[in-house]
Design a protein. Structure first.
Length: 275
């Protein structure tokens, strides 16, 4: 591992809902080719393939946010030095949480789900999430998308052929319980599972990456989430053209390289400041 204070040599990729670590497959190869160790841990129970989860979604129904965060922090905590942490969608929210808990040298949240207190709800997000929220009984189920719902929520700028291929390769149901809990986060007392301290000056640098045509987590959500941070630590936001599944868009390498270069630069600067 890299000496203390040097640039991170490990990248941890956190996946979102309706997909598994398989959705990072091209980024893993890309970053490994640049000489990095790359880890893409699965949610607890997601260690099987996409096909197995679609056949038996019971591990999805049993998911909780604390269990996911605890698992990711255990993976990161076993490393000799802090890694770069990147997350997509719900993985972006988990990236924010683990950074707030003191893990990671820098973080990148791509088309991130919001953390607690971000109350912006664009119409496109309501439509994209309606398959889960339309029925309160879904709070106790694993809820999948039809291809048409997937195309609207994840791949609306892709061709039908490309979208269908990604649907067949990546799609799994999502936890209705977690999604409903997130939807209700701002209307019940006390902290929710996605709480972060927006005034945490010890948090590692964080970059939000937003997809211009994202229906599920639109740019307004990324902008609002970033503005909630009031700490002295670096928090920035940038937008790329593309839908929710930004890591799979044509030209994804530009997004991947920008994310890594930003994280390396800011992690090194933060380490030098602490030294």
């Amino acid at each position: 591992m890299s000496p203390e204070g040097s640039a991170p040599d490990t990248i941890v990729l956190l996946h979102g809902f309706w997909v598994t670590p398989r959705s990072w497959e091209h980024w893993i190869d890309h970053y490994q080719a640049r000489g990095f160790r790359v880890l893409a841990p699965a949610y607890p129970g997601f260690e099987v393939e996409v096909e197995a989860l679609n056949a038996d979604p019971s591990p999805i129904e049993a998911l909780t946010v604390p269990a996911i965060v605890e698992h990711f922090e255990a993976v990161i905590g076993e490393l000799d030095t802090p890694p770069i942490v990147m997350g997509h969608s719900a993985g972006g929210a988990f990236t924010q949480i683990v950074l707030d808990h003191g893990f990671g040298a820098a973080g990148v949240a791509i088309n991130s789900a919001p953390t607690e207190g971000v109350a912006v709800v664009p119409l496109s997000q309501i439509k994209a999430s309606f398959p889960v929220l339309k029925n309160p009984a879904n709070r106790h189920r694993a809820v999948g998308f039809t291809f048409e719902q997937w195309h609207y929520a994840f791949t609306n700028t892709f061709s039908e052929e490309q979208s269908r291929a990604l649907y067949e390769r990546y799609h799994v149901p999502a936890s209705g319980s977690i999604f409903w809990g997130s939807a209700l986060a701002n209307i019940h007392p006390g902290h929710d599972d996605t709480y972060v301290d927006y005034h945490n000056d010890a948090r590692a640098p964080l970059l939000f990456i937003s997809g211009s045509e994202d229906h599920l987590m639109p740019p307004k959500i990324q902008q609002s989430n970033a503005k909630h941070y009031k700490s002295d630590t670096v928090t920035e936001i940038i937008q790329f053209e593309g839908p929710h599944l930004l890591p799979s868009k044509d030209g994804w390498q530009e997004v991947a390289d920008y994310a890594l270069d930003w994280a390396l630069s800011h992690a090194t600067q933060a380490a030098a400041t602490r030294a």
